[in-house]
Design a protein around this ligand. Structure first.
Ligand code: SF4
Ligand code: SF4
Length: 459
């Protein structure tokens, strides 16, 4: 497991001191003088990886850096065969660990986040935003995973738990506004800077952790395996997900929910190392039941997606009527903050979506002062949500970044639009999981497996 405190690093041999990383860091965790090597202060860092995405100082395969390239690759957790440039700012990786584990007799279960499938094709020369869930599932099977599941299943499950939590808070006059808790960088920021407001965070684990918790219980039972036989891997667009999986709270009865997290880029390394021609792969389905998902689960990958998925379900749970329009365009958008009103029966709720951690402080100050007139808030650290996460294929030219993110976003929404089922509560395998194993949302088993607690953290 990657050491949490050293997750995001800057290689002083490769850093030119250009300061592009400082411009994108939402928490001022990067220090150094212009023109000199910079460094990351890990205690301040929220591990979002935006500095990794933007860094321009690099060494190509033809360069001869002071420290041999092979040593640098090992330090970064990359395969020796990797020929891509090594950038100064990087995230310590886990692809070597996962490759080694897949050679053991562990029963491996993997999950893929929604925004991986709209970006990984770029690492194999496909156009920006290429939608490749079927090829990804096929690649993961050929790499050697025993079960190929999908984080989107647990995104639907998150909506069931979070939706019921919100409705319970509203009906009992409990702490409001409620903030979503799917983005671990945002959760870490709250724990560091606004620990007095932690009761406002939803107690739901993120979809990554809900999936992992189910792999080692419900999933293990389905396959007739013991907990200790399961090796649980997550493929994520986000560097901070490595930190989240290592949190001590993210385990049950001594079993970690998720044993290893690899980013989209690391999955591409694994696919290349296995000699797989990604672009020629046939489309294959994810395994059931923990790989079944709706359009609502898929839109978790973009800013506003968790909110939209939650509102589709909350509307129908409260009113008992179909939501008038499944496409809730008023919560969609890009970087920054947007608010909207939604009326369900005779009650109007105010919701807010914040994309980019640097925009959240004014709202939190209002909450602190008791002046926030909002009921439910989604916060994502990265500018366009997970599609722009720190572990996604790197967009080398800053001028192309918006265009690439727009292509990925369009693919996420078209995947939703083309889904036969577009509301989380209609996912048949989520319904079956409640009937066969979980009981009811917010019930005893759900509470034990799918919810968590938060802690004040010093900087
Ligand atoms: S990972 Fe994010 S928070 Fe940490 S130094 Fe880089 S940009 Fe700043
Ligand atoms: S962007 Fe990269 S090269 Fe520039 S200062 Fe930051 S770490 Fe160094």
């Amino acid at each position: 497991m990657t050491k949490v405190r050293e997750l995001i690093k800057i290689d002083p041999e490769l850093c030119t001191g250009c300061e592009r990383c400082k411009d994108v860091c939402p928490v001022n965790a990067i220090f150094g003088k212009k023109g000199e090597p910079h460094r990351v202060e890990s205690s301040r860092c929220v591990f979002c990886g935006q500095c990794v995405q933007t860094c321009s100082g690099y060494s190509s395969v033809l360069d001869e850096p002071e420290t041999p390239r092979a040593d640098k690759l090992r330090e970064r957790g990359m395969f020796e065969s990797t020929t891509e440039p090594l950038f100064a700012a990087y995230c310590a990786g886990d692809a070597l660990e996962v490759a080694a584990a897949l050679k053991t007799d562990k029963f491996s279960m993997v999950q893929c986040a929604p925004s991986v499938r709209v970006a990984i094709g770029e690492d194999f020369g496909m156009p920006a935003g290429s939608l490749t869930p079927g090829k990804m599932a096929a690649a993961l099977r050929r790499i050697g995973f025993s079960r190929v599941y999908d984080t989107n299943f647990a995104a639907d499950l998150t909506i069931m738990e979070e939706g019921h939590e919100l409705l319970a808070r509203i009906s009992t006059d409990a702490t409001l506004p409620m903030f979503t808790s799917c983005c671990p960088a945002w959760v870490r920021f709250m724990e560091q800077h606004y620990s007095d407001l932690l009761p406002h965070l939803s107690s739901c684990k993120s979809p990554q952790q809900m999936s992992g918790a189910l792999f080692k219980t419900y999933g293990a039972d389905i396959d007739g395996k013991a907990r200790e036989e399961i090796y649980s891997v997550a493929v994520m667009p986000c560097t901070c997900k490595k930190y989240e999986s290592a949190r001590p709270e993210m385990s049950m009865d001594g079993y970690r929910d998720v044993d290893a997290v690899i980013t989209t880029r690391e999955l591409a390394y694994l696919i290349r190392e296995a000699g797989i021609d990604f672009t020629s792969l046939p489309d294959e389905d994810f395994d059931r039941p923990l790989g079944t998902y709706t359009g609502a689960g898929n839109i978790f990958g973009v800013t506003g997606g968790v909110m939209e998925a939650a509102l589709r379900t909350a509307y129908e749970l409260v009113s008992g009527e179909p939501v008038p329009d499944t496409d809730l365009l008023f919560v969609r958008g890009g970087e920054g903050t947007r608010t909207a009103f939604i009326t369900i029966e005779d009650k109007t709720f105010k919701v807010a979506v914040v994309a980019g951690l640097k925009y959240v402080a004014p709202l939190l100050e209002k909450v602190r002062a008791g002046e926030a007139d909002v009921d439910f808030v989604e916060v994502m650290c990265c500018p366009s949500g997970c599609i722009s996460g720190g572990g996604q294929p790197k967009v080398l030219l800053p001028t192309e970044r918006d265009e690439v993110y727009m292509c990925r976003r369009k693919s996420i929404y078209s995947h939703d639009k083309d889904s036969k089922i577009r509301k989380s509560h209609e996912n048949p395998d989520v319904q079956k999981a409640y009937a066969d194993f979980l009981g009811e949302p917010l019930g005893h088993t759900s509470h034990k497996l799918l919810h968590t607690t938060y802690t004040k953290r010093d900087i």
